[in-house]
Design a protein around this ligand. Structure first.
Ligand SMILES: C[S@@+](CC[C@H](N)C(=O)[O-])C[C@H]1O[C@@H](n2cnc3c(N)ncnc32)[C@H](O)[C@@H]1O
Length: 236
């Protein structure tokens, strides 16, 4: 990989390691240091829409945050922003997500895929959540970018055709190793496997072992609130 191509990824990871900020609603004035005693140690930030397409998707995300978050198990807003940065900085054309829920993280990926002209394949076992996700993708105007597969992802994921640029694991935690084994051969060199809920109490130790002992992989864990995210790169 040319050094210039490493820059976006490197700067992304630096941003990750630097930390996360509170949701847009709680933002103080841009550029102002965090308040003394604030749980956030770093500067707050928010996504500023670049164009009408972004504005439309962000409006749906904001509405979902306000009216649909409860019980949806959606990632926190800054985790979503991180997913978008990761996908867009590696120029992802094909993102595969395990665990759609109502489409919140999927929509963050769509912000990236709008600029890379890529596609999202996302798997959900729950019919009701899948229906809500479809409606959310539609009102954000990204339904043509998204293939939502209803059913048990452990079975359905074998239908994915590579090359995959980014895999996001956010379904059944004990299933992460199985998803990794099925999708790693389809991940392109330089591609990422991003795993949510990687904090000590939640992560499956078998998955953690797999991503931290394989010499073909480079993994770093970042702390995004309580969740913990594993970012694993398939080496070139
Ligand atoms: C944490 S939620 C996903 C949240 C979503 N990624 C977001 O942040 O917007 C996990 C989802 O995985 C789904 N799920 C669990 N096991 C699954 C399986 N075997 N196949 C497909 N989906 C599954 C659940 O129904 C649930 O909606």
């Amino acid at each position: 990989m040319k050094p210039s191509h490493l820059l976006p990824v490197a700067s992304t990871l630096l941003a990750l390691l630097a930390g996360f900020s509170p949701p847009a609603a709680a933002q103080p004035e841009p550029g102002r240091p965090p308040r003394a005693g604030s749980p956030e140690a770093l500067f707050p930030s928010q996504t500023v829409p670049k164009n009408e397409r972004e504005r439309k998707i962000l409006a749906v995300l904001e509405d979902m945050d306000k009216t649909q978050r409860r019980g949806s198990l959606s990632v926190p807003v800054n985790d979503g922003r991180l997913l978008r940065i990761l996908a867009e900085s590696i120029g992802a054309k094909q993102v595969v997500e395990l665990g759609t829920s109502i489409g919140y993280s999927g929509l963050w990926f769509c912000l990236a895929l709008e600029s890379t002209d890529g596609r999202l394949t996302t798997f959900e076992i729950d019919e009701g959540r899948a229906a809500t996700a479809r409606a959310n993708f539609k009102r954000a105007g990204v339904e043509d970018r998204v293939k939502l597969v209803l059913g048990d992802a452990h079975e359905k994921v074998v239908s994915v055709e590579g090359p995959v640029d980014l895999v996001f694991l956010d379904a059944d935690k004990e299933g992460y190793l199985d998803y990794l084994e099925k999708l790693l051969p389809k991940l392109r060199p330089g591609g990422l496997v991003v795993a949510h809920n990687m904090s000590g109490g939640q992560a499956d130790p078998r998955y953690v072992k797999a991503i931290t002992t394989n010499p073909e992989l480079e993994t770093v864990f970042v702390s995004a609130g309580a969740s913990g995210i594993g970012v694993t790169m398939k080496k070139r």
